[in-house]
Design a protein around this ligand. Sequence first.
Ligand code: FES
Ligand SMILES: [Fe+2]
Length: 379
Amino acid sequence: MTRQDAFPHRDYDLPEGVDRHIEAAPQSAYTDPAVLQAEMRAVFESDWVMVGRAGIIPEPGDYFTCLVGAKPVVVIRQQDGSIAAMGNFCLHRYARLLDGAGTAKRIVCPYHHWTYQMTGELMGVPDRKGFDEDTIKGRRLDPLACEVVLGFIYVSVRHDLPPVADRLKGLAPLIEAFDLGAYEDRVVQHEELWEGNWKLVIENFIESYHTTYTHPRSIGPTNPGHAAEFGPWGDPGFAIHSNSYRDEDIPETCIPALTEDEKRRFYVMSLFPNGLAALDPNFVWWMSLEPLGPGRANARWGLSFAPGRMAQPDADAFVRSICEVIGIATGEDKEMVVRVQDGAAFASTTPGLLHAPLDLNIQEFNAYLAAKIAETPAP
Ligand code: FES
Ligand SMILES: [Fe+2]
């Protein structure tokens, strides 16, 4: 399949093999602590996890902290330009080392001032004679696997997984003309609390059924459901469709390589397990979800822009205008996520019904989760 013929289904037409009857996950999937525990084990501690964009830490020493499942992690730009991820806890008595995001030359533990290189190597121990030299020599913060693909940073507590590029090998050709890796990361927000299960934030983002009805003040009028385009489905690493612009709202673009079809596309992607991206010819809106409990999640999110668009004289005003629309859309979405979380408290055993195809990406996300949980042995 080439990118030219990858999204042939419009006007609620279904890709071949998709059934019109699709059930939603049961309500307990959003409220039961045991379900979250299973997801933490089978997904967040067993698979790659998307944590952000490489451009949010552009210089050596730039870092941000995050959660990989329950594990505190820090992601740091290294001197050689690579990105490393490591446990954000001290090797003395486990104090959390860094908070939020910033730039540092070295990491100093606030508790007893053990000091680490930005590579994670232990370099300084106060009152060193209190320790056996052989046992502290050569220690370093726990490394995680870390890769950057399409500009997204993925980390994993496991070191034996196939590369991220493998899992996204079906996605990269579909969006190659956009050169997403080169989009400039201009806006990032490390903390955005959602009062809902992490999956609800993802499911809300990846369905174009609600767009018309939930977003009357932002993206609803410009990206109606009937214009959504579907094609590739069933991939184990991602789900995608286009929440396309209606003809009169197709944006101006600075990417000459785009086809006429691609110019009207607003690709919505679920980057399994916890990453999201909505990509058009001028910007990408991305998110990385961190579960904080069955009914709470943190979203790290940002906006990145096509270099051609940022070369224009009104670039700053354009960035501000997109921030404003996304801010309104996020407010509209948050209200609905809380409503679903509240409704799911009923604990009904009758599953909801998903729209085909507008909720189709939710089914693919659920299939990914079910497969991970099935293949991970219970403790
Ligand atoms: S816990 Fe970090 S120096 Fe003691
Ligand atoms: Fe939305």
